[in-house]
Design a protein around this ligand. Structure first.
Ligand SMILES: Cc1ncc(COP(=O)(O)O)c(C=O)c1O
Length: 413
């Protein structure tokens, strides 16, 4: 296992500040190798792809490598396509609009006119679907079930009761960006599939902490944001070819419908961002004590994520133990200090506003935040004012014990 100091030394932005960064569910720090990849790309071959001269071919290879890395990261096989885009929100809207267009044209069966939307998710995978009520779909809301030990859980039985022969899509998160609870995406996708519906999984809050596996969970589409996984402000959507096949991506009409991912990558992707995505492999290879050679090797990523878990688990435990000493605390999510959750920890404190508490923490050099984090419906469902929301302390493998002790001491004190 790497020492905390050696891990932190990978991240210039973490070393270069006295602020304890406790907002990693918002965005993760960049390793130097990822920053350098953007610079190198821009210095060496900052030209357009698609031409026949050498530099253009090199640029195209960089964009291709980003797709290949993302496919390896997600375990997307030959029957899947990986689309790069500016954000998960944008990609989810592209997908939902394509579903609505296909439904309107009769490329998707008219009798499947229901969409099941999990209200406990980030709005990025909620509103793109909910707004299709205006395009002929009936939205069936799937509310997480209140649970005394975990605040809420996503119940397979509740989903089974909602899906049926009219269900077209089921949209839900693998992990809530507030609760931190890891939900059983495999069982949930299976329930959707058993009803003949397609599943769309928001993996944004999961991917920084556990290696996603779209094959294992059996989803139809999976989305995650690369800026939460030590990469650039971009996002990835992997989808099964058979799920994509009735859809027509929005790119120009003369681009063939089955030309994927191009049909869904409007105007090309950020090349320097693509260079950064591919370079995250170098960081993971370092964590795995492996050489960063291509082709990308999923076993290296598996080792890296075991390392990430072994760094994060004690920090999560230390944080949860520390928070138990805070008078009047109400955790929004499970107290469980095990792998059934990730280290995104939200809470409120009786009689204290989340905003005032966080501003106090910020003034002491603790970089966490408050609010509803765009999971506004969930925050309302647990009875909180979304304007004040929760206090969220979210850790990553770039944190160390000192960060945790500082925030606990400030809250207990
Ligand atoms: C769980 C979850 N899903 C989706 C998103 C939206 O991601 P993006 O900013 O790439 O649209 C976020 C962003 O915080 C998130 O936490």
């Amino acid at each position: 296992m790497h020492t905390p100091a050696s891990v932190r030394a990978r991240f210039p932005g973490v070393c270069g500040t006295s602020t304890a960064l406790l907002d990693h569910a918002g965005g993760s720090p960049l390793p130097a190798c990822v920053i350098d990849a953007a610079t190198q790309y821009m210095r060496r071959c900052f030209v357009q792809t698609g031409a026949d001269y050498d530099l253009s071919k090199q640029a195209a290879a960089v964009v291709k490598a980003a797709h290949e890395f993302a496919a390896t990261f997600l375990n997307a096989g030959a029957d899947q396509r990986v689309v790069l885009g500016p954000s998960t929100t944008a990609l989810a809207h592209l997908l939902a609009n394509a579903v609505a267009d296909a439904f309107a044209k009769g490329d998707l069966p008219k009798e499947r006119d229901e969409i099941v939307v999990c209200s406990a998710g980030h709005e990025a995978n909620v509103w793109p679907w909910a707004r299709l009520a205006d395009r002929g779909f009936t939205i069936r809301w799937w509310h997480a079930t209140p649970d005394p030990t975990r605040t809420m859980r996503l119940d397979v039985a509740a989903l089974r009761a909602l899906v049926g022969p009219r269900t077209c899509i089921v949209a839900f998160p693998q992990v809530s960006n507030i609760l931190g609870d890891v939900w059983d995406a495999r069982a949930l996708c299976e329930a959707a599939r058993a009803a003949g519906a397609r599943s769309v999984v928001d993996g944004v809050a999961y991917a920084p902490h556990r290696l996603p596996d779209v094959e294992a969970i059996g989803c139809d589409w999976y989305l995650y944001s690369t800026y939460k996984v030590n990469g650039p402000h971009m996002a990835v959507m992997a989808g099964r070819l058979d799920a994509f096949s009735p859809l027509t991506g929005p790119n120009h009409p003369f681009i063939a419908r089955d030309d994927l991912p191009y049909k869904f990558e409007l105007g090309g992707v950020s090349h320097e961002g693509a260079a950064m995505i591919a370079a995250t492999y170098e960081h993971f290879a370092w964590l795995a004590d492996a050489s960063p050679s291509t082709p990308f090797d999923r076993t290296v990523l598996e080792r890296a994520f075991r390392e990430i878990e072994s760094i994060e688990a004690p920090l999560q435990r230390r944080l949860l133990e520390g928070l138990q000493r805070v008078d009047g605390i109400r955790l929004i999510g499970p107290w469980a200090d095990d792998a059934s959750r990730v280290c995104t920890v939200s809470f409120v404190i009786e009689g204290r506003s989340s905003k005032e508490t966080v501003l106090g923490l910020n003034a002491r050099g603790l970089g966490c935040r408050f609010g509803h984090f765009y999971s506004r419906r969930l925050v309302e469902q647990v009875g909180l004012d979304p304007a004040d929301g929760v206090i969220r302390v979210s850790l990553s493998h770039a944190n160390d014990q000192t960060d945790v002790d500082r925030v606990v001491a400030a809250l207990v004190g």
